[in-house]
Design a protein around this ligand. Structure first.
Ligand code: BTN
Length: 245
């Protein structure tokens, strides 16, 4: 995978710019990075807040046409893994986890978010826009952002954003190559090993009901598999379940 990085000072959302470039035929590996996003988007229709020039907000255009629609959750897995691979070079590895499906946490705080937008042609993926926001040098966040942290808050050091981007792209390249080469077993294993709150009982929220359960797996579709104390196994899609943190 060869990257071509396009830099902006201000955009609406790097995912949107990347999407436009994709529709104009931009190549696999095109990266859009911006110092500021006016309308940074998060999952579930949320906004993504990021102070100007303090953090990384970027999107990678990929064309994983070898991947079928039913395998699309692998893109979430490899992206989350590449971000955790990179952060683990700066923060003690066992503190860096993937909060299902693809938030990146340090202990109980969110350091990075991922927004993947796919397009399909018949049963295969046509384009996948991989949007990544990582809090790097920001010290303070507005009260609206739930439990945020940054690399600087965690290790005290300010780091160069260009260097970070280059390192993260290398991590992404490695994980994408695993997918291309069909190393799905290793990707699954690495992803499960990194899952936040795995194998221990915690409180979850389904609708207005709170219940205790432990994460026992993630289905190929991306559904979370929880087991209650009575042994009952329940499966949840992304919008159906909340973590009580
Ligand atoms: C989330 O955790 O809700 C996902 C956040 C994703 C944010 C990134 S920043 C770069 C890219 N452009 C966007 O508008 N969103 C993603």
């Amino acid at each position: 995978m060869v990257f071509k990085v396009i830099r902006y000072k201000k955009v609406t959302s790097t995912n949107d710019v990347c999407q436009n470039l994709a529709s104009e035929g931009a190549a696999h590996g095109t990266v859009v990075v911006s110092e500021y996003q006016e309308f940074g988007r998060g999952q579930r229709g949320n906004t993504w807040e990021s102070e100007k020039s303090k953090n990384l907000t970027f999107s990678i255009l990929t064309r994983p046409t070898f991947l079928s629609v039913v395998e699309q959750f692998y893109l979430s897995k490899i992206t989350a893994l590449s971000v955790t691979d990179w952060i683990s070079a700066y923060i003690e590895k066992n503190r860096v986890k993937i909060k299902w499906p693809n938030d990146i946490y340090v202990d109980d705080k969110k350091i990075a978010g991922i927004l993947i937008e796919n397009s399909f042609s018949t049963q295969y993926i046509n384009t996948s826009i991989i949007g990544i926001g990582i809090n790097i040098n920001q010290d303070e966040f507005s009260d609206e952002v739930p439990n945020p942290t940054s690399l600087k808050i965690e290790n005290g050091n300010e780091i160069d954003l260009e260097l970070c981007l280059a390192e993260i792209l290398e991590c992404f390249k490695g994980r994408f190559a695993m997918l291309e080469q069909g190393q799905n077993y290793d990707i699954d294993k690495d992803y499960l090993n990194r899952i936040y709150r795995k194998d221990k009982y915690f409180t979850y929220l389904s609708g207005t009901t709170k219940f205790e359960a432990k994460i026992v797996g993630v289905e190929p579709t991306g559904e979370l598999v929880l087991q209650t104390k009575s042994g009952e196994v329940k499966r949840f899609a992304f919008k159906e379940i909340g973590f009580v943190i």
